[in-house]
Every structure is written in C-alpha cells, then in structure tokens.
Design a protein around this ligand. Structure first.
Ligand code: NAD
Length: 279
C-alpha cells in the first residue's frame, strides 16, 4: 500500500456509516488500516457491520446516534477515543432528502433536512473538532453535493442545506487551519445509493443525469470514498477549504447534451471540428 494512503494507527469517525457513501468510506478506511467509529441512526445495522469488520480482523466500533443530538455526538467521540485513541479524521456522510415543490413543502420537512444535513454536520464537526484542536491535528471531509453549486427543482430544503455545507466548510477551514486541522468537502453527482435508488425516478437518471454527465453514468459509492480518503490523507496536506467535485464532469459545462456528443454549430461541423453522431 502506498504509505501516504495508509491509515494504520489513525482513528476516524464516519457519520451515516450504515449505508451508501458513508458505508463505502468506512469500509475503505478499515481496509487501509484505520480504526473507525461507524455512526448512524440505524443502530442495528452499524452494530452488525462493526461486529463483522472486527470478525475479519478490522478495527471498528458501532456508534448508534442521531447526528441532530449534540450530547450523543459528543459521547460518541469520547467512546471512540476511549477505544482507539485520539481522533484524527471525521467524515460527515449522514444525510437525507425530502423533496416537494417549494410552495407545498411543509415546515417539518424543511426542519428535518436542514437539521440533519446542516446542523447535524455542524454538531459532528464541533464534537470531533474540539478533540482534534486539543490534539493539534486532524482532517475533516464533509459530504456536500453538486446541489451545493446549483439548484434542483423540488429540493429547496436539500439545496439550502448543501449550500450551507460549503459555508460551514469554509469557515471551519479558516478558523482551524493554523491549529492543524484541514476541512474540505466533496460534491458528488448522483451516486448509486439507496438515497438515489429510492428517491429519484429512473427516467430522471437516464434522460437527465446520464445524458448531461460527460462520463455518462452515476458514481459508485467507492468512487466517492476514494476521493474522501485522498482529502483525509497526507496527499492532501496543503488542501483545506476546498469543495472537490466528484461529478463525472457534470459541472464542467452547462450546454452538455448526450454526454457532450451534440454539435455546437454547423460551421464547426463543416470545418471538421465536430463529427455528426447518430447514436
Ligand atoms: N447518493 C447521491 O447521489 C448523493 C449525491 C450527492 C450527495 N449525497 C450526500 O451524501 C450523503 C450520504 O448519502 P447516501 O447517498 O450515502 O445516502 P444513504 O441513504 O445511503 O445513507 C445516508 C445514511 O445517513 C443516515 N442518517 C440519516 N439521518 C441521520 C441522522 N439524523 N443521524 C444519523 N444518521 C442518519 C441514514 O440512516 C443512512 O444510513 C448525504 O449527505 C447525501 O446528501 C448523496
């Protein structure tokens, strides 16, 4: 293993670790030698997961919690440190979506999404960050979204929370950089997780997402996890306050159609700059 991506001896907390991006990140960190606290409100799932990782010789403990609960989050960080030593890394992947047209969105759904995706993330950063500040070292990766960069119909609550994640990441990077802690965020495009499989119509995936994404597909959770690992690792030792797109090129341009295969003009076609495609 490249020593720069070797997490042996490092203790890390992953929220939302029962599923999707958080699960893939927890698994990747364990495989790289790290000791991982897997936090999620799906308590039984994380208990089974951590037991299975330990059964295979890996280091993981389950931390069932609701990221909206400051006291439980604080306690989880202390439990993790008591088990595996000073916390070095935090990945905040707990999140959810409750789409509705803005004019019909109820207050409870707004509060749930903002409280989970933004306030919950802040509380995780605060609890882990306080310990990292005491140790003088640490790295945090917040899971933002391409919806941190542009709107998405039906998601006033979700997009607002994800724009907020960028502000939170920037402020923490500024406040904590000189004290040894880097804080970055990733902005995934659609990722093949239960959040997307259960929440987004198939037709949107093929006619919009795959069509407009130069790489022509969603990401797999492991493809986001590997970028998160990069940002946690010493390979990113001079990177803080960054929002790194993991988007298959989605945000590279606005006029993309058929993964960039469409023609921009007849003149360019006649000059041979483009060739007409039929498929
Ligand atoms: N899947 C995508 O296409 C995509 C794209 C961009 C960003 N994201 C973001 O990535 C993060 C992870 O999403 P995912 O796709 O892996 O979803 P997922 O549903 O597979 O996993 C999210 C996990 O968060 C947990 N969770 C939710 N609320 C919680 C709470 N209050 N306390 C503790 N745990 C809680 C859930 O139990 C679940 O295990 C989210 O913030 C999401 O917004 C996802």
């Amino acid at each position: 293993m490249n020593p720069i991506f070797d997490f042996t001896g490092k203790t890390m907390l992953v929220t939302g670790g029962a599923s999707g991006i958080g699960l893939a990140t927890a698994q990747a960190l364990v495989a790289a030698g790290g000791a991982v606290g897997i936090a999620d409100m799906q308590g039984e799932v994380v208990e089974q997961l951590a037991a299975s990782i330990r059964g295979q010789g890996g280091k993981a403990i389950a931390l069932p919690l609701d990221v909206r609960d400051a006291g439980a989050t604080d306690e989880a960080v202390h439990t993790l440190e008591a088990e595996y030593g000073p916390i070095f890394g935090l990945v905040t992947a707990a999140g959810l979506s409750r789409p509705a047209p803005a004019e019909a969105m109820d207050e409870a759904s707004w509060d749930l999404v903002i409280d989970t995706n933004l306030k919950g993330m802040f509380l995780s950063c605060q609890a882990a960050g306080r310990r990292m500040l005491a140790h003088g070292a640490g790295a945090i990766v917040n899971v933002a979204s391409v919806n941190s960069l542009g709107g998405f119909a039906g998601r006033a609550n979700y997009c607002s929370s994800k724009f907020g994640v960028v502000g939170l990441t920037d402020v923490l990077a500024i406040e904590w950089g000189r004290r040894g802690i880097r804080v970055n965020a990733v902005a995934p495009n659609g990722v093949d997780t239960p959040l997307v499989r259960n929440g987004i119509p198939r037709r949107f995936l093929t006619e919009v997402l795959e069509n407009r994404t130069p790489l022509g597909r969603m990401a797999q959770p492991a493809e986001v996890a590997s970028v998160i690992m990069f940002l946690l690792s010493d390979a990113a030792s001079y990177v803080t306050g960054a929002l790194l797109p993991v988007d298959g090129g989605l945000c590279a341009g606005y006029y993309t159609n058929r993964q960039g295969a469409d023609l921009s003009s007849a003149a360019l076609l006649s000059q041979g700059v483009y060739q007409e495609t039929t498929s």
